[in-house]
Design a protein around this ligand. Structure first.
Ligand code: ADP
Ligand code: ADP
Length: 231
């Protein structure tokens, strides 16, 4: 589903070039929950932006769902981005819009007919357990509920990949467990490929099948979670 082959990313900065990621190769299978863990500065955000097609690697090849991203035009990239849903640490909800409108937002952007939006949003709010919160505003919700809205919104355009960028880092341990359980349920139910970026080992242990440990821009270790984290 996702294939990174020898990717490298070099940023220009006033103090000279910064090699944020050096030689990363990763293969993520369809339906897998794949964790990427590393300390701050390890290169996780850069890697995320290469996977969600917001950044082109300086060298190497990125293939998502059989398409060679590195060779695409901007308009092809915009199209391909629709197959990737993202959730974030700080949820990134629209504060002046209701839960319903937040989830409907990506559908409105592509002029989806109203009836179809209604059906989809209702279905998604049910999936994430927020059917009764449709008319509330983000400020009226708990952190866990906000992330549920984020998940529903990410799924609205029926992506094949769900990219979770520190998605539980702002939540308490109990809420984290519940959100991870929801992500696991969605992975099973919708056969989504899930990529989990985190600095927390427990998150990886809780839901990931496989993991890559990144350190200073390179993969220090990768494999099945049980193999990597037992010794
Ligand atoms: P992480 O998400 O793991 O904290 P990042 O990918 O944000 O890591 O950063 C990796 C390295 O690349 C860091 O040294 C960071 O300072 C550098 N870096 C990230 N983005 C840029 C940029 N736009 N310009 C210059 N350096 C950057
Ligand atoms: P995080 O690791 O939590 O994503 P960072 O503080 O590493 O946050 O990065 C926040 C933003 O700043 C990112 O978009 C990243 O690309 C950019 N950035 C990080 N380091 C640098 C840097 N040295 N120079 C320029 N931009 C940077």
């Amino acid at each position: 589903m996702i294939d990174l082959s020898h990717i490298e990313k070099i940023y220009d900065s006033p103090s000279g070039p910064v090699r944020a990621i050096k030689d990363i190769s990763l293969h993520i299978n369809r339906g897998e929950i794949y964790g990427i863990i590393g300390l701050s500065g390890a290169g996780k955000s850069t890697l995320v932006r290469c996977i969600n097609l917001l950044e082109r690697p300086t060298s190497g090849k990125v293939t998502v769902d059989g398409q060679d991203i590195t060779a695409m035009s901007e308009s092809q990239l915009r199209q391909a981005r629709k197959s990737i849903g993202m959730i974030f640490q700080h949820f990134n909800l629209l504060s002046s819009a209701t839960v319903y409108e937040n989830v409907a937002f990506p559908l409105r952007l592509v002029n989806t007919p109203k009836e179809k939006i209604d059906k989809k949003v209702t279905e998604l709010l049910e999936l994430v357990g927020l059917a009764d919160k449709a008319n509330q505003y983000p400020s009226q919700l708990s952190g866990g509920q906000k992330q549920r809205v984020g998940i529903a919104r990410a799924l609205a355009s029926e992506p094949k990949i769900l990219l979770c960028d520190e998605a539980t880092s702002a939540l308490d341990p109990q809420t984290t467990k519940a959100i991870l359980q929801l992500i696991r349920d969605i992975n099973a139910k919708l056969k989504l490929t899930v990529v989990v970026i985190t600095h927390e080992m427990q998150v990886i242990k809780d839901i990931c099948d496989k993991v890559a440990v990144i350190d200073k821009g390179v993969i220090a270790e990768k494999g099945k979670v049980l193999d990597v984290f037992t010794n």
